[in-house]
Write a protein that binds this ligand. Structure first.
Ligand code: AMP
Length: 503
């Protein structure tokens, strides 16, 4: 198993936007982007471009593994895709097959050792894997594997899968992968790469997206979202279906359905926040879905106001829909600095509570004297909304009405979206009125759960979707104590591996 390097000891803050420095998420869930290219010249370069377009799915680490049919070559690093790779590195990643991974996690420490694709040597040769999602039974499998003698190098649930493949007695990688996948529960969109074959798999519930495309020269690409296909100029073929395993070998691929059918549980939060608006996810254009959600929000939560202002960037399509439906003008009252990196130096004394200001600035020229409807996609801890409301008032707004294009986030996600623990979610123990008071808005309203699915013109409500973060209805059972025990377990592994003293 590939180990870490010097950067392994590096430890970083968590929660992507860092609007509340010091408050770290206790969850260990991962958000990720995956790409695989098969039978196409300059595969690593294409995977690099794919990861670049999927940067929104994970900003803490990135990696690519390539194959020229005669061994795997890998490069992984902490940071943004453009920082991790340069021309020389890409040139060294030789071959016409490659897979890649973008990672964002909330383990509390960012470790190179947790960076994917993982690469291992096992009985059948070399194997690399990129995983988006979360196995909800990782802990049980981990304990069993450790009892059987496995030694773990990372704190990622993905490594469990690798051990299961390595321990399987089946004769081929495909059969071993299916054998291993049959034992894991939860969410996965995965790509495996061996010297001469690639396997893509999506869990039977279809929690996380995965699409298939083709290059005009004949090669294939799989990626989390279609925006990756657009950049590498591949033609979209279709989604990898829930429960489907695609086996790429030679010039073609084979589709297998080795698992029994399961109820569809596509993550509705991909539509609300996570995916890029120009992607087609679960068969629908995300921008259009978000606009539709915004229109429904206006129908449900109308208020007397002068302008509609999005929280950029994620609130923009919903705000356009809201403005269209309400007939109010759409204005960019908040401007986003697109160049905010992962760290910035905060002045110690001169300015207090810098927070969200580094990313967003409120424009008095737009907001002064106005009754403003602010549209955002979610309130998690409430820190961001509270600061945004304050900024808009300071810029001279007369009234600030917050509208959220989703139901209240009351529960944590165990299927691959980074959410803080339940207790940290402001909507978990406060009513809408109490949250409104906390964020100091004149009014606050969320979209109803029924209204959320109005974008499905065909009807069907929430059938086929997972919205556990809004309902607490977990479609794949999650052990109540799991999160806590997983944290203890993974902290213990991290402490052992890094010598750190974290508790
Ligand atoms: P908070 O300050 O904790 O309430 O964060 C709310 C902001 O975080 C909103 O503006 C959302 O767009 C954004 N957000 C929601 N979910 C996530 C997530 N899973 N990862 C990163 N940011 C998120």
């Amino acid at each position: 198993m590939s180990g870490g390097g010097a950067a392994d000891e590096e430890s970083m803050n968590t929660w992507r936007d860092k609007t509340s420095p010091g408050s770290q998420s206790a969850g260990f869930h991962e958000e990720c982007g995956v790409v695989g290219v098969f039978n196409q010249a300059e595969a690593a370069n294409l995977v690099y471009l794919g990861l670049y377009s999927l940067q929104h799915r994970g900003q803490e680490a990135a990696g690519i593994v390539s194959s020229n049919g005669d061994g795997l070559t890998s490069h992984r690093g902490l940071g943004l895709v453009a920082d991790v790779f340069d021309e020389d590195i890409i040139r060294r990643l030789v071959g016409d097959k490659a897979i890649g991974h973008n990672r964002y996690s909330t383990t509390g420490q960012t470790l190179l050792r947790n960076t994917q694709p993982f690469v291992v040597e096992y009985a059948l040769g070399s194997l690399a894997v990129s995983h988006n999602g979360n196995f909800v039974n990782a802990e049980l499998l981990h304990d069993r594997l450790v009892r059987q003698g496995s030694i773990f190098q990372s704190t990622s649930d993905t490594e469990v899968l690798i051990h299961l493949i390595a321990q399987s007695h089946r004769p081929t990688l495909l059969e071993r992968s299916i054998d291993a996948l049959a034992q894991v529960e939860g969410a996965y969109s995965l790509v495996f790469l061996a010297e001469n074959e690639m396997i893509a798999a999506r869990d039977p519930h279809g929690f996380r997206p995965l699409v298939l495309g083709r290059f005009h020269t004949g090669g294939f690409v799989v990626a989390s979202e279609t925006c990756a296909l657009d950049l590498v100029e591949a033609e979209y073929i279709r989604e990898v279906e829930p429960g489907e395993v695609l086996h790429f070998r030679g010039e073609e691929y084979e589709s297998l359905r080795p698992f029994g059918p399961a109820p569809g549980n596509r993550c509705v939060f991909e539509y609300i926040y996570f995916s890029r608006p120009d992607s087609r996810v679960f068969g629908r254009n995300v921008y259009e879905v978000r606009k539709e959600i915004g229109r429904q929000l206006a129908r449900e939560t109308a208020v007397d106001a002068d302008i509609v202002v999005p929280v950029p960037d994620s609130g923009v399509p919903a705000a356009l829909g809201y403005a269209e439906e309400s007939g109010l003008p759409f204005e960019m009252g908040l401007i986003r600095n697109h160049y905010v990196g992962r760290t910035f130096i905060e002045p110690r004394d001169a300015i207090r509570h810098f927070g969200v200001k580094i990313k967003l600035n409120a424009q008095p020229a737009v907001l002064e004297g106005k009754r403003v409807v602010v549209i955002d996609d979610s309130i998690v801890r409430g820190t961001t909304s509270r600061k945004i409301v304050g900024m808009i008032r300071s810029a001279g707004a007369e009234e600030v009405h917050v509208r959220i294009s989703a139901p209240p986030t009351t529960d944590s996600c165990y299927y691959g979206v980074d959410t803080p623990t339940r207790g940290e979610l402001v909507a978990n123990d406060l009513s809408v009125d109490e949250i409104c008071a906390y964020i100091m808005a004149d009014s606050l309203a969320y979209l109803s759960r029924e209204g959320l699915y109005a974008f499905r013109h065909e009807g069907g409500g929430g059938d086929g979707f997972c919205d556990a973060c809004f309902t607490g209805n977990y479609p794949v059972a999650v052990d109540a104590g799991q999160e806590h025990r997983q944290m203890r377990l993974f902290n213990a592994i991290e402490a052992r591996n890094t010598g750190s003293r974290r508790r």
